[in-house]
Design a binder for this molecule. Structure first.
Ligand SMILES: [Zn+2]
Length: 263
């Protein structure tokens, strides 16, 4: 019973003991008690070296886990949505046409939407470039599938893949790649890429109409270029200005950080 009382007294004194606010006599008594009493010694040690916040990494692990499982859930939902679309189109296409026709177009479309995203998810480096590369291949593939299904399976229209489908896809992919290269090679922000793409969209549109055979006369090209191109040019200028402003701000921030590191 008395031992219990001593322990309680010692433990009550411990906060002050740690802060070195106890008298010499008390210090001696406490030290002596510590030699005999393991329990109080353990409590003192715990108070002197508070358990390093081991919960912190646990919490961040938990957050990481939650984030990961949320992402996983998101992939599952996306995958399930794609699967439902594919199965539905499979059934409907078979039911209506007694064979598969536009079902292939749906599949190719879904692949074009999913594969670039997948490439982005699984790659650790050069995510943007890889995503764009996969998107480019998928886009040409999708145009090819549309042509093959329409021409060979459904007997609709003529063979337009080689003289229109491929050149037009290649033209626009080239424009997108030229814009993206600003980001990939020169590390500028995506607004500047958008500016380049918008700027090239005007000649791109004109060239597309030319490839499709939309122009009756050569004069139409100029009219199209001037009137349709205005909007593209406007977007190009706005995004270029915004991009430059953003870049300058980022540069200033980095400069500031650099100065802070040096000082
Ligand atoms: Zn004790």
């Amino acid at each position: 019973m008395e031992q219990r009382l001593v322990c309680d007294t010692v433990r009550d004194l411990l906060p002050m003991y740690i802060e070195q606010m106890t008298s010499e006599a008390s210090n001696e008594s406490i030290k002596q008690h510590m030699q005999d009493c393991g329990e109080c010694k353990a409590i003192l040690e715990q108070m002197q070296h508070p358990v390093r916040t081991e919960t912190a990494p646990e919490i961040s692990d938990f957050k990481k886990f939650m984030k990961k499982s949320k992402m996983r859930l998101f992939y599952w939902i996306m995958g399930a949505a794609a699967a439902i679309a594919v199965i539905t189109c499979f059934i409907v296409n078979l039911a209506i046409d007694k064979r598969l026709t536009w079902f292939y177009i749906v599949c190719a479309g879904i692949m074009t939407a999913y594969l670039p995203a997948y490439a982005c998810i699984i790659s650790k480096k050069h995510k943007f470039g890889k995503m764009l590369a996969v998107l480019s291949v998928c886009t040409v593939g999708l145009v090819g599938v549309v042509q093959a299904v329409l021409y060979y399976l459904m007997g609709i229209g003529r063979m337009w893949f080689w003289d229109i489908g491929l050149p037009v896809s290649a033209l626009w992919l080239l424009i997108v790649w030229l814009g993206a290269s600003m980001h990939l090679v020169f590390k500028t922000n995506l607004l500047i890429s958008l500016a380049v793409i918008s700027f090239l969209a005007a000649p791109g549109n004109a060239l597309t109409k030319f490839l499709i055979g939309d122009y009756q006369e050569i004069g139409d090209i100029y009219v199209n270029f001037i009137f349709d191109g205005m909007g593209d040019l406007f977007v190009a200028v706005i995004s270029l200005l915004a991009g430059i402003a953003l870049q300058a701000r980022k540069g200033k921030k980095e400069e500031k950080n650099g100065e802070q590191l040096l000082s």
